[in-house]
Design a protein around this ligand. Structure first.
Ligand code: NAI
Ligand code: NAD
Ligand code: ISE
Length: 344
């Protein structure tokens, strides 16, 4: 059975996911698209020569009879409404991060999914499918470096849009570290403090850049996370975990070695689409395969989306107060105990 997808939001990542679904993956096809900017939806259909209907809004697309699964790739504040409509219609839904703009919004989705009675939702936390992070996870799970003690990580973008604001360093960018780190070390977050170092001359007046977040987990691991979205030199994701018996580090992206002009060098990627291209392919292929094989998605759950939103709220509060803020999660419902999120 081919899984028939409707896409809500045909911007940068919406078109990138349409491309991979159409040209690279198997078992899925795009049969419907919508965008608040209808011209963008038309362009996507033309660009990828889709045999797909264009709908005026998310509600009509979700309710179309030939749509089995919905891909939510609109901007963040619109996600909750589309995901809730999909659950109400009993459709599978792959939602880009954030699952919803607030923790309360994520909880609405969790409650709707539990009421439905089986898993329908997967969140686009693709780093869990990146081969570097998977190797880190395998090393930690096999106790290669003993108990993790300290994590140092960095999320750097060469530049950002003018509309990128100080809180988006958390809700748009750090959110990937928030998801992947608790999954890696199988721990829960306890508190966070935000620090604003000297500001780069490249950041616009309204934006604090770079930023540092000091996060503590329930088991006492300390995380030093840098977000720097005007670093200029490249798109660079770093992660180093210091354990009792050794240290492990995310591998550098493979690149040819260049000998030229008396220098030995490697290329650094500039674009998130290329850095995580394999991970995006794997997360969506896994979504399709798992639904076809078991009737439910098996990737990051709505509860993972809720964990990320609660943690992001505390990080944004910490940006404003300058002091350490607690991160308090509700108790995990039994429904998600076998999910892919932290089980501790
Ligand atoms: P974008 O701005 O390029 O595209 C968003 C599109 O959604 C636009 O075409 C817009 O017109 C449309 N849209 C907005 N609200 C809508 C609604 N209510 N109904 C229908 N269409 C709507 O944004 P981009 O970069 O594609 O990001 C989209 C989402 O993907 C965001 O949630 C973002 O956080 C996430 N994202 C995730 C990435 C990842 O690494 N997992 C990378 C880039 C984006
Ligand atoms: P974008 O601005 O390029 O595209 C968003 C599109 O959504 C636009 O075309 C816009 O018209 C449309 N849109 C907005 N509201 C809508 C609505 N209510 N109904 C229908 N369409 C609507 O943004 P983007 O870079 O593609 O990001 C989209 C989402 O993907 C964001 O949530 C973003 O966080 C996420 N994202 C994730 C990753 C990742 O690495 N996982 C990378 C990029 C973006
Ligand atoms: C973007 O929305 C993403 O999700 C990318 O993965 C991230 O690196 C980038 O900073 C965001 O803008």
């Amino acid at each position: 059975m081919t899984l028939r997808f409707g896409v809500i939001g045909t911007g940068a990542i919406g078109r990138d996911h349409i491309r991979r679904m159409t040209n690279t993956l198997s078992g899925g096809e795009i049969v419907a698209v919508t965008d608040v900017n209808q011209e963008a939806a038309k362009q996507a259909v033309g660009q990828f020569k889709l045999n797909a209907e264009i709908y005026p809004d998310d509600q009509s697309l979700v309710n179309a009879e030939n749509v089995d699964a919905v891909l939510v790739t609109s901007w963040g504040p619109a996600h909750e409404q589309s995901v809730l409509a999909a659950i109400k219609a009993g459709k599978y839904v792959f939602c880009e991060k954030p699952l919803a703009a607030t923790a309360a919004g994520c909880m609405n989705i969790v409650e709707a999914e539990i009421k439905h009675g089986k898993r329908l939702v997967q969140v686009g936390f693709m780093r869990r499918y990146d081969s570097g992070y998977v190797q880190l996870k395998e090393a930690l799970d096999s106790n290669m470096i003993g108990e993790p003690l300290i994590i140092r990580c960095a999320h750097r973008n060469p530049s950002c849009a003018e509309t990128y604001s100080t809180d988006m360093a958390v809700t748009d960018t750090l959110i990937h570290e928030i998801d992947v780190l608790h999954w890696l070390i199988d721990d829960d977050y306890k508190s966070v403090q935000a620090i604003f170092p000297k500001k780069t001359k490249r950041a616009l007046d309204h934006l604090q850049d770079p930023q540092i977040f000091l996060i503590e987990t329930e088991r006492g691991v300390h995380i030093h996370a840098e977000v720097f979205v005007n670093c200029k030199y490249g798109y660079d994701i770093q992660c180093e975990i210091v354990g009792e018996e050794g240290i492990i580090k995310l591998p550098e992206v493979s690149s040819i070695l260049i000998r030229k002009n008396a220098q030995l060098s490697k290329n650094i990627l500039m674009d998130w689409k290329e850095r995580f291209i394999d991970a995006y392919d794997k997360e969506l292929q896994s979504f399709i395969d798992s639904i076809r094989e078991t009737g439910e998605p098996s990737g990051p759950t709505a509860w993972d989306g809720y964990i990320a939103a609660v943690t992001a709220d505390a990080c944004v509060k910490a940006q404003k107060t300058g002091v350490r803020e607690p991160i308090a999660l509700k108790e995990k419902p039994d429904f998600y105990q076998d999910g892919s999120e932290s089980k501790r």
